[in-house]
Design a protein around this ligand. Structure first.
Ligand SMILES: [Zn+2]
Length: 244
């Protein structure tokens, strides 16, 4: 794990990126990082993500109680704590309201069957839609925990998006990808709806995704396995090689 000082710089940079990308407004959005000994670094409530600075950050314990810093914690802290509990491999959590993905979430519309190859490799075959609940709602917490057991990014109905990862860059990339896929899905729906990929290909790409992001270990992306087994895996391995 990075040092606390590094994490403080990273959480500030990621906060500013949320604002710069237009994924939050007003005081929306919140970010946390796992520290040692059941402590979590967090952005405070009631601060624009553009204004987050190292001295505004707080540290909370496993109950969400502020143990360091002068600011107050945000009301959605329990959702972050649920994510860390459900996923011991996760080091960072970001919650935001990227407009198109949040549009799907507030419309209660799931992305459905996968229709592009790359997102399956990067974030898995499904982006779950967690049913609506207010902060503190036990059903919401249980549903989110269950959704994150098999996904790194989830839509929260009538609310927004939550992404987990081994670092902030990974969380931001997952948010970016889900927002991008939702934009594509929106256009495709206007043109008659996306065509789902063949199930066999989805299966192969899902296998590749699990190879790249083994959750049982450190949560860090694993190396691409040497011998690609199927044509789809070969395709992805080649594409990843070209991307460097
Ligand atoms: Zn929110």
């Amino acid at each position: 794990m990075s040092s606390e000082e590094t994490l403080r710089a990273e959480i500030v940079a990621a906060s500013h990126a949320l604002h710069a990308n237009g994924w939050v407004a007003n005081h929306d959005g919140n970010l946390t990082a796992r520290l040692e000994a059941g402590r979590f670094l967090a952005t405070p409530t009631a601060v624009s993500k553009a204004q987050v600075a190292p001295e505004t950050l707080i540290v909370v314990d496993e109950e969400g109680t502020v143990v360091e810093g002068t600011r107050k914690g945000f009301s959605e802290m329990k959702l972050h704590l649920v994510a860390y509990k459900a996923r011991p491999d996760v080091a960072c959590v970001i919650h935001a309201h990227p407009p198109t993905a949040t549009g799907f979430a507030v419309a209660g519309i799931e992305l459905g069957e996968p229709f592009m190859a790359e997102p399956i490799v990067s974030i898995g075959p499904q982006v779950p839609l967690v049913p609506f609940g207010m902060p503190g709602d036990k059903a919401l917490e249980a549903n989110l925990g269950a959704a994150l057991a098999d996904a790194d990014v989830a839509l929260l109905a009538n609310h927004g998006v939550l992404a987990v990862g081994s670092d902030f860059e990974t969380c931001l990339l997952r948010l970016e990808l889900v927002e991008h896929v939702c934009k594509i899905a929106l256009v495709a729906r206007q043109l008659g709806g996306p065509t789902a990929l063949p199930p066999g290909l989805v299966h192969d790409l899902t296998k590749k995704h699990r190879g790249l992001f083994p959750r049982a270990h450190s949560g860090k992306p694993g190396a691409l396995s040497a011998g690609a087994e199927t044509p789809a895996e070969q395709l992805v391995a080649d594409a990843l090689k070209r991307l460097g």
